[in-house]
Design a binder for this molecule. Sequence first.
Ligand code: HEM
Length: 393
Amino acid sequence: DSLGLEHTSSCNAWSLTISALESSVADHLQCPRSIPARLPSPSFQPPYPGFSVRFPQDVSQLVIAIVGSQHRPSVSPTSVAVSTSHAAISSFLASTRPSTPPSFVEWASVTDNRGYYNLCALAYWDGKSSYESWASSSGFKAWWDGLDADADSQDDDLDQGPGWFLEILSPTTDRFETLFNTDSAREGSSHFAGACMSSAVQEHGYWGSMRDRIPLSQTDVLSANNTRLPSPSQLTDSNADHRKKRITIPRHRNLAIIRSGQDWSTTTPEERKLYLQTMHPILQKGMDFLQNHGKEEVGCYSCRFMHVLDSETEKTDRTFGLAYFDELASLERWSKEHETHLAIFGGFFRYAQQLGNNVTLRVFHEVMVLEEGQQFFEYVGCHGDTGMLASRG
Ligand code: HEM
């Protein structure tokens, strides 16, 4: 199940520089396997280098809170309404009151397939108690809990405000993995105090390596057990009844989430042009497929292809796909078999060849498989295709 790249020219250069590979799974999370690894052989050497984030041993759980507002198509992203939402969320994240502010915050936005503008902060904490302490001491929790004062209102005027979403992902480190194509980039969870990058890891460069990098896969198949997606005929257009209501999503066993990022901010003008003309459109197509057909065809409830924003909420040269799958096997299947990821994947190796393998584009991903108690999805006044709202039949 290798990726079929053993004979590319980059392999030769890489195998000359390769010294010792380490496991992507940190030493303290390794245990005797009851489930065989997908690694093709114990001496397998990936065709190019890959790196994973290492956390201090006392970090056993992460919290990633995705807090956002959703604006109707008639509302411009540069409007006062949008900046007011941004200011509301920022005030809690930047609050100096709590003793446990997030380790890292990033803002991102996307206009979704219904034309709504979604603006959100992704905030990271290196423990659940830190998140909870922040949520109460910053006033965020009280604000969030009070948001739907006008729930179920039939008053159209009240319906004009933004929708709000709160998605809290809190994987334990045995249910979390990362892969970076460089050890010099910092993204998401690598910002935790005491975190660092591994040396080159062995578990990548073959299909199934994502699973091998998740420590719990040593002893758990990480399946969702009989999750059945509703057929299209069972789906209702639930836009109207979701407006101005607070909806908490039932928890899903072993929900699989990927945040897959691209950063072309440090590329040369030549590479930048090539990226924007060749890779970016193929990636957009793959993300559009997941957003528009993912649920019925591949088990993807939600996909947002988001632009990272700077402090002035201007778009940067960074994007990420944030996708929620019913289980890890569905995400694996899409990446390995579906024409849209195969096009991204194949396009990337042609891109690298065109650059003589001098790629400075940075790519990374964070993948987690969440058990029921490690997820919380709540929506106030959002349309029915927002995030995990789409998981409802
Ligand atoms: C794996 C390329 C975007 C999902 C890979 C691998 C490459 C690749 C080279 C193999 C990595 C290795 O094992 O060494 C790219 C490029 C992208 C991109 C160049 C964007 C420019 C995405 C996105 C998603 C995704 C947006 C999902 C939202 C996956 C998954 C795997 C994977 C799940 C792991 C498969 C496995 O190990 O079983 N991709 N990809 N990729 N990619 Fe992508």
